[in-house]
Design a protein around this ligand. Structure first.
Ligand code: PEP
Length: 255
């Protein structure tokens, strides 16, 4: 699973260039690839879907579809200026949602209680895939309390319909910094996350865990070859269609 998170970047011109760069560079694949554009551009991706349909015919029905997702959702609706309700994303056939991103936790003061409300609201929705981001800050990492921090953030999993939830491990200090943990350390943390969730879940489900934080087409292979890395959440490097396609192609050839 490879997901692009554009955050508050992009524009109409960029979407057109991105689409043709991506289509010209991406090879057929048979796993989940998604893009979470700024919410106002979601409907502009119908162009992308059309082009990909054409390509599907050319590539012996290999799966080309790209899922469109929400970078975040509101847990409610009504008198909530600026918020986008889950049912509005459903109207546009949106397939996945990201919640708990560290930028939401930091800039919008989102805590476990609010994230839990979003999880409960998403459980019964038509947004099929839900991605929960967790990760420690640099200070927490330096103090050696990464696993404690992650365990605390994972307390919300008891509210999840786990079959449809994916965890994204995103060390805050790795996001947009060009720094990453050692791939072996990422692998160990992913195993830890899987163990914590499995022991919490009623039916012993082991979740998929993606890595996010300064993933590029130069370092992606080093993460994807690790056993417990089930994909990547890509920010900055996803803004270039060719680079994002390269990351998708690398995942295709390593998993
Ligand atoms: C992110 O913010 O989810 C992210 C992974 O960003 P970047 O790839 O730019 O570090």
């Amino acid at each position: 699973m490879i997901i692009a998170n554009w955050k508050s970047n992009g524009g109409l011109m960029m979407i057109q260039d991105w689409t043709s760069d991506f289509i010209n560079s991406c090879s057929p694949k048979d796993f989940y690839v998604g893009i979470a554009p700024p919410v106002i551009y979601i409907s502009d991706f119908s162009l992308l879907e059309w082009d990909l349909d054409t390509l599907e015919e050319r590539s012996n029905n290999k799966i080309w579809d790209i899922k469109i997702g929400a970078q975040d959702v509101d847990h409610s609706s009504g008198s909530r200026t600026g918020a986008v309700a889950i049912k509005m994303f459903e109207d546009f056939g949106i397939d996945f949602a990201i919640i708990g991103h560290s930028e939401r936790r930091e800039h919008f003061n989102e805590d476990n209680d609010l994230i839990k409300q979003k999880i409960i609201a998403l459980n019964g929705s038509n947004l099929k895939t839900k991605i929960l981001c967790i990760g420690e800050t640099k200070e927490e990492n330096d103090k050696g309390i990464t696993k404690d921090v992650l365990k605390n953030q994972l307390e919300v999993v008891d509210a999840m319909d786990l079959e449809n939830f994916i965890i994204a491990y995103e060390p805050v200090w790795a996001i947009g910094s060009g720094l990453t943990p050692d791939p072996k350390d990422i692998n160990e943390i992913h195993k830890y996350i899987k163990d914590v969730v499995q022991s919490t879940s009623a039916n012993n489900l082991v979740p998929k865990v993606m890595y996010g934080g300064s993933v590029t087409d130069k370092n992606a292979e080093s993460f994807f070859t690790e056993q417990f890395v089930d994909g990547a959440l890509v920010g900055g490097a996803s803004l270039n269609g060719k680079t994002f396609a390269n990351i998708v192609n690398i995942y295709s050839s390593t998993k």
